[in-house]
Structure formats: structure tokens, C-alpha cells
Design a protein around this ligand. Structure first.
Ligand code: NDP
Length: 332
């Protein structure tokens, strides 16, 4: 059983490296009474993993050194001594960076993969999709006709935010890195517009004004930093900000926000949220996402690397924006 463990921590405000991880081989565990053995087919790589590599206080405890890296997985039950699971069951859980894992069933969700690729349960029909749904409808309380702006628009969360907002009757503008991602966001995902933030601050502001003639009612913020600061200056009175992520700062020092007074002047409600703490909203979110997905109304894209050995480099790539859509590792 191959596993990736965390062996050292990156600098608090600097970049992680592949040396922080080690690939190890351990004997295949055997399930005892009440346990099951899962063969993980897919490992999800997510930006939050960078935060867990730090020792600093956060909403969740840090990942321990010398232990298997935490992470979301999708796989198949191969041996079960647990009354609730049978061999062949497809399960999504948080079984970490390893090919096989023992589980007592807690936190494991059985998924029906008939007609639905198993990997989608880690993306559009999983944690990122639910994050999009909760941020848009519970946190932003978006209404039809409003203007929604979402950053990291081509990514796992952002791509679902924009498509849900379009289905809800909103004007949707994405922000993404590069012409190719922007083209995809508009032409394939159906956003009304997309702005490439790499064009530079001088050109960004006129492009933003042109794309948001009625300003911004809901900002779904995934990135933070300078672009977020500029977006703050384009918010409407009584607008809302769902503060979902600040990926531009996960490997660097915090960015000093200048437009904070916009929150006061525009009476903006800004709220951070952590999707895993909002379990009571998952069933409603997944039901609606699955309905849209089955009807072909939600598109998605994946960036896949093969083999656990590639996972550290792929996580670094994700934090650099090299992924296009949901970043996954195909295990076995
Ligand atoms: P994505 O698939 O969106 O991948 C990350 C993307 O972030 C990259 O592709 C890149 O896109 C963008 N990015 C990276 N660095 C920068 C930078 N310096 N400036 C601007 N953009 C950057 O990841 P997810 O969809 O999984 O996550 C998106 C955000 O949502 C993250 O901030 C994550 O932490 C947050 N999140 C929060 C949750 C919660 O419960 N609050 C749950 C899940 C995710 P580009 O090339 O366009 O820059």
C-alpha cells in the first residue's frame, strides 16, 4: 500500500516543496470487526491542504508530521466487516493520500456511480460543488437579475458558482488567469463575461466596469489579494461577499487591502464559511447539483495526474494555477 506522508512543514508564508512529502510503502491493512477496506481510485487535491501543512491556528487542526496526508478520496469497498457496507460499494470519504485505507465507516458517503463518473463526486457533485451552492444561495443569497462575480472562475468551485448563478437568472462575470481559461468560462460554461486578471491593474479596472454595468451584487471570492481589493471598489449598496478562499495568499504574506471602506459605504455583508461545517446543507445542495448534472446543465473539466507519486507536484501546480478545472490524482 503506497502512501504519502508529510515529513516537514513549509515556511509559514512561503512556498511548499516536494521535499515536504515522502512516498512510503506499507503492508496492506486488514479490516477488523466493524471495519472495511477501501481501494481509493481517486484522490482530490484541494487548496485547503496548504493551510493544514502550517502549524498556525486555523479552523481545523494542522496535519501531523509523519502521518498520511489528509485528503478527499473516491473508491471502492473491497473487504467489509461493517454491516453498512458491501464489497463493490463506491464510497467518497476523507481517506487521505494512500491507495488503500481502513475505515470504520464514519464520514464515508456511499455514491451511486451509475451514469455518473466516480471522479465527479470529488468535484461538481462533491465538496467543491456544495461549496459553490452554499456560498451562492446561503451566504450571498443571490437573487435573479443580480450581477454575480466569481474569482478563480475556471476552477472546481468557481466553474460551478457561475453555472448555478446563470441557471438562477443572474448576470455572471468570471475572473480567471489567462485567455484560454477565460474563453472556456464564456464559451463552454456560458458565463456572460470573463476578465483575465493577468492583464494588469490599469487595464483590469476599465474591463471590470464594462463587464459590470450595474456593479456587483454578489462577489464569490476565492482568491483575495489585489484583484479582490479592486473588486471591493465595484460593489453595489447592500451587496454581499461570500468569502470562500484566499488562494493568492496561501504561500505568501497577507495583502494589505485598501478599499475596506467600501464595506461601510456600501453596507456590504461579508461572510466567511467552511463547507465541511455546514453538513446540514449538503443533502439539498447535492440534490440540486445532481438534478442539473443529470439534465446536462452543468459542465465540468478535470486535470488528472496518474499515480500517487505525482500528488505533491500536482498540489504545487494547483496552488500556482496550472490546473484547469478540478485537480485529481488517479490512483489505481
Ligand atoms: P481551483 O480549481 O479554483 O484551483 C485554484 C485556482 O486558483 C487556480 O487554478 C488559479 O486559477 C487560482 N489561483 C491560484 N493562485 C492564484 C493567485 N495568486 N491569484 C489568482 N488566482 C490564483 O480550486 P478550488 O475550486 O478547489 O478552490 C477555489 C477556492 O475555494 C480556494 O481559495 C479554496 O481554498 C476555496 N475553497 C473554500 C472552501 C470553503 O469551505 N470555504 C471549500 C473549497 C474550496 P487562475 O489560473 O484563474 O488564477
Amino acid at each position: 500500500n503506497r502512501q504519502v506522508i508529510l515529513v516537514s512543514r513549509p515556511p509559514q508564508q512561503g512556498w511548499l516543496s516536494e521535499e515536504n512529502f515522502r512516498l512510503v510503502e506499507t503492508p496492506l491493512p486488514e479490516p477488523g470487526e466493524g471495519e472495511l477496506l477501501v481501494r481509493n481510485h481517486w484522490l482530490s487535491l484541494d487548496p485547503y491542504m496548504r493551510g493544514r501543512m502550517n502549524e498556525a491556528r486555523s479552523y481545523a487542526p494542522p496535519q501531523s508530521l509523519g502521518e498520511v496526508m489528509l485528503g478527499g478520496t473516491a473508491g471502492e469497498v473491497i473487504v467489509s466487516q461493517h454491516p453498512g457496507f458491501r464489497p463493490g460499494d463506491k464510497v467518497v470519504g476523507r481517506l487521505g493520500w494512500q491507495e488503500y485505507a481502513l475505515s470504520d465507516g464514519s464520514g464515508l458517503r456511499r455514491v451511486d456511480d451509475a451514469g455518473i463518473p466516480l471522479s465527479a463526486s470529488l468535484g461538481v457533485l462533491g465538496m467543491p460543488g456544495v461549496t459553490a451552492w452554499i456560498g451562492l444561495f446561503d451566504i450571498c443569497r443571490t437573487q435573479p437579475g443580480e450581477t454575480v462575480v466569481v474569482t478563480a472562475a475556471a476552477g472546481a468551485v468557481g466553474s460551478v458558482v457561475g453555472q448555478l448563478a446563470k441557471l438562477h437568472g443572474c448576470r455572471v462575470v468570471g475572473i480567471a488567469g489567462g485567455a484560454e481559461k477565460c474563453r472556456y468560462v464564456v464559451e463552454t460554461l456560458g458565463f456572460d463575461d470573463c476578465i483575465d486578471y493577468r492583464m494588469g491593474a490599469d487595464e483590469f479596472w476599465p474591463a471590470l466596469k464594462a463587464a459590470t454595468p450595474a456593479r456587483i451584487d454578489c462577489l464569490f471570492e476565492n482568491v483575495g489579494g489585489e484583484v479582490f481589493d479592486i473588486l471591493l471598489g465595484r460593489m453595489n449598496a447592500f451587496s454581499r461577499i461570500a468569502l470562500c478562499g484566499m488562494i493568492s495568499q496561501y504561500n505568501s504574506a497577507p495583502y494589505p487591502i485598501r478599499n475596506l471602506s467600501s464595506i461601510l459605504v456600501n453596507r456590504i455583508r461579508m461572510q466567511g464559511f467552511i463547507v465541511t461545517e455546514l453538513q446540514e446543507r449538503w443533502p439539498a445542495a447535492l440534490a440540486e447539483l445532481t438534478r442539473h448534472f443529470a439534465a446536462g446543465r452543468i459542465k465540468y473539466r478535470e486535470t488528472v495526474v496518474d499515480g500517487l507519486a505525482q500528488a505533491p507536484a500536482a498540489l504545487i501546480g494547483l496552488l500556482r494555477g496550472e490546473n484547469f478545472g478540478k485537480q485529481l490524482v488517479r490512483l489505481i
